[in-house]
Write a protein that binds this ligand. Structure first.
Ligand SMILES: O=P(O)(O)OC[C@H]1O[C@H](O[C@H]2O[C@H](CO)[C@@H](O)[C@H](O)[C@H]2O)[C@H](O)[C@@H](O)[C@@H]1O
Length: 268
């Protein structure tokens, strides 16, 4: 199946689904949100999952041990898009937030950074050109230049200056840079923890931050050759080449992800 051949990996997608179905009770599916479950929009507030996605995720969650969305969005945003889902776990802000027993649980080490992130968002609105969309996410600030790509250099410079001055971390993405508190948390860490007791896991991602999640599957496989991990990229013109080259297979779009899962579910 894979663009990268690995020992113990089934040779075709049909075989991969068959192995997954055999291990259903010990399998977790992880999904990024933007660009994977939802097509990209100019306005981040306007993005919605592909219509078939909520239904297919709920059916998948009934068939395997666990399904989780691992996103850079806040949990409150994910809840607004997936209110109907009862069985799907939600990780927000790269795992700084988790939806647990009906409430958002936030990593305590990040909480003192809320005022600094709020100030940063205000400064970004005042100091960056008005075409730059500033998304304040409580514990991070995303600076979007999708509608003004000619300003990417200016945004990068401003972001790096702020990061240096205030001791923040930077995460690059698709026509965006994001400033985050200096707290050790990323998607790779969520997946490392999430696959500790699993025998099979799939991760679907399209952006730079998802490569760490792919790496976490590989690392698990390295210590347990019986573990079956599948890294699935979703194609896109910005980060697509880099993400695809780190993945086992690439799907064309969020619509193709929904169809891929619908087809795969027939194996269970
Ligand atoms: O981890 P994710 O769920 O993939 O979040 C990554 C970023 O997604 C959003 O930005 C991206 O999608 C927007 C809507 O389609 C698009 O306008 C933007 O250009 C993309 O970078 C979100 O707004 C960011 O906060 C996330 O970091």
């Amino acid at each position: 199946m894979a663009e990268t051949q690995r020992p113990n990996h089934p040779p075709s997608i049909a075989d991969a689904w068959a192995v997954t179905a055999e291990r259903a009770a010990e399998t977790t599916f992880f999904f990024d949100f933007d660009g994977v479950l939802s097509p990209v929009t100019d306005d981040p507030d306007a993005s919605q999952p592909v219509p078939a996605v909520p239904g297919v995720l709920e059916r998948l969650a009934a068939a395997v041990h666990r399904v989780a969305i691992v996103s850079a969005r806040p949990v409150s945003f994910l809840r607004s898009r997936f209110a109907s889902l009862e069985r799907v776990d939600l990780y927000g802000l790269y795992g700084l937030e988790v939806w647990h027993e009906g409430a958002v649980v936030t990593e305590p080490a990040a909480l003192p950074w809320i005022p600094a992130m709020s100030d940063l968002a205000e400064r970004a609105r005042a100091e960056l050109p008005p075409q730059i969309l500033v998304e304040f996410k409580r514990l991070s600030v995303a600076l979007h230049y999708r509608t003004a790509p000619q300003l990417s250099g200016e945004v990068e410079r401003w972001g790096h200056e702020q990061a240096e001055r205030h001791g923040l971390k930077i995460q690059g993405g698709r026509m965006v840079i994001e400033l985050k508190p200096p707290v050790d948390q990323d998607k790779g860490m969520v997946i490392t923890e999430g696959v500790r007791d699993a025998h099979c896991a799939w991760y679907f991602g399209d952006d730079m931050s998802d490569i760490k999640a792919f790496d976490a599957l590989r690392a698990r496989e390295a210590v347990d050759p019986g573990f079956f991990g599948v890294a699935v990229a979703v194609a896109n013109p910005e980060t697509g080449a880099e993400v695809s080259s780190a993945a086992d297979l690439t799907l064309e779009s969020p619509y193709a992800v929904a169809q891929f899962l619908t087809d795969g579910l027939t194996s269970f």
